[in-house]
Design a protein around this ligand. Structure first.
Ligand code: ADP
Ligand code: MG
Length: 470
């Protein structure tokens, strides 16, 4: 074990914690902690004071338990060393299940309040439910890299013990084409392989909404609708952002969620944004989405892209020279779906035209496929158009200046970025003046409010949209 292991391990923990706490909470409680050592599976953390240690114990035990189980593995131990007095304090957060004390920690979450739910419908029978799983989306076919390792590990844990693990619900989020559906389905498939009797059901949020409208919207038979869902052991709902503004379906989802979670059944949700950034969903649902673990799927790096290409070729039974695959991995900058599209087109092209798979063929194809559309709207493009429009410099836009025109331009750029691009609030903030996601959200709301009341603002926004979308 190298000297730096404890730092690397704690860094990994921090990156997960960051995704699962508020920004304030993270800054106040976790940022000041230093990793001191890692001996076997015992991690020692240095905390600034007893107060911090106590606060973390009371408020974050559950989260730490999940994170340390994922990063260090079963049987980890955590020791706090308090910086001020220099004494050590062993927290017996020794991987959940074994110690009764931990059991108390894990189970003392908010979920307990829902015991004796009013929504439970008696007499649920085992019904036959088609899981709607696509056999191609299994774990064997899922290439693991830095971009998805955490989701993959959590997924494996869930499949080996669905419902009774700390990752319930598992909330998988990320941009399009990064493997959310594939991963969620893989968990379903692996669960079904291990526990054939368990009822697994995958459903896309849009289908759920349509089903709800069909059964409940017309004859108001919510009980029938809920009954089917309450029989499920592993419920996978894909693209939950589609529930936005659909209050009837949200209500049904809320009831199903409570019932299943309380009965220790597994929930897996996917979305294009993390819970904090989901607009149009009820707060009580969002807070439940955060009960388990949120994991992000991000863009794959070069090595992962190459591994994905190789795996696709192997599975498709085609041989493509390494140098061509390397070229594709380097040049396709989009998501995994685009990467897959490129290789499929390449294979098809070579097959139809009976041409040999050469570097030239790959080159020509990629030229056509990879070209980013000239009119693509990005945060940096928005930023520069807004600068031009208000005659302020990019430096002012990036500065901390609170001058009215500058601050207003910044808010408008943030608003437009949120409306016209599919990027996260934190990304927008990082690109416009190094602000945090809360500032971006605040700007968005401010501009949104002003749009209703202020004519000048309305004109600014419509002018800018015209320029950007032409
Ligand atoms: P999302 O639901 O995030 O939009 P999908 O799960 O539909 O993305 O993935 C898009 C395509 O990329 C699918 O064909 C999927 O099989 C493939 N894919 C995604 N992630 C991986 C991965 N890690 N390994 C192999 N194929 C992947
Ligand atoms: Mg999907």
């Amino acid at each position: 074990m190298t000297k730096q292991d404890h730092i690397a391990v704690w860094d990994r923990c921090l990156s997960i914690i960051k995704d699962n706490t508020s920004e304030e909470g993270f800054k106040t409680w976790f940022a000041p902690i230093r990793a001191k050592s890692l001996v076997g599976k015992t991690l020692t953390l240095e905390v600034p004071s007893h107060y911090v240690r106590e606060h973390i114990d009371t408020h974050y035990s559950d989260l730490l338990l999940k994170v340390l189980t994922l990063v260090i593995g079963n049987g980890f131990r955590l020791i706090y060393s308090v910086r001020v007095v220099g004494d050590s304090y062993v927290r017996s957060l020794e991987n959940g299940r074994e110690t009764p004390e931990n059991r108390a920690v894990v189970l003392s979450g908010e979920a307990q309040r829902y015991n004796g739910s009013a929504y439970a419908i008696p007499g649920i029978q085992k019904v036959k439910i088609d899981p709607h799983l696509n056999p191609n989306y299994d774990f064997d076919n899922f290439v693991v890299g830095d971009c998805n390792r955490l989701g993959y590990s959590a997924g494996l844990s869930i499949a080996s013990d669905p419902g009774k693990n700390p990752f319930n619900p598992l909330f998988i989020y990320g941009g399009p084409g990064l493997g959310k559906t594939h991963l969620a389905q893989a968990i379903g498939i692996a669960t079904k392989d291990k526990f054939p009797d368990k009822i697994v059901r995958y459903i896309n949020a849009n289908t759920f909404v349509a089903q709800y409208m069909d059964t409940v919207g017309i004859n108001r038979q919510i009980t029938d609708f809920l009954r089917v869902y309450q029989a499920i052991d592993v419920l996978i709902i894909d693209d939950v952002h589609e529930f936005a503004e659909k209050s009837g379906s949200q209500k049904a989802l809320f009831q199903i969620f409570n019932y299943l979670h309380q009965s220790q059944k597994q929930l897996i949700l996917t979305s294009d944004k993390p819970p904090v950034e989901l607009a149009g969903l009820e707060q009580r649902l969002l807070s439940r989405f955060k009960w388990g673990l949120s994991v992000e799927l991000s863009m794959p790096d070069y090595a992962t892209k190459l591994a994905i290409l190789k795996s696709k070729c192997l599975r498709g039974g085609v041989e493509i020279p390494d140098e061509i695959l390397e070229y594709i991995a380097q040049n396709v900058k989009g998501n995994i779906r685009e990467l897959e599209g490129t290789i499929v087109t390449l294979i098809a092209q070579a097959t139809f035209t009976k041409k040999e798979m050469t570097m030239e063929l790959a080159h020509d194809l990629i030229e056509k496929i990879v070209q980013t559309p000239q009119n693509e709207i990005t945060v940096s493009k928005i930023s520069s158009v807004v600068c031009d429009y208000f005659k302020i410099s990019p430096e002012q836009m990036a500065s901390k200046s609170r001058k009215r025109e500058v601050a207003q331009a910044r808010q408008i750029a943030m608003y437009l970025s949120r409306t016209l691009t599919n990027t996260s609030l934190s990304y927008i903030g990082s690109q416009i003046g190094g602000r945090d996601h809360a500032t971006v959200l605040h700007s968005y709301n401010t501009v949104n409010d002003l749009l209703d009341t202020d004519r000048t603002f309305k004109k600014y926004i419509s002018d800018l949209k015209r320029i950007l979308c032409q």
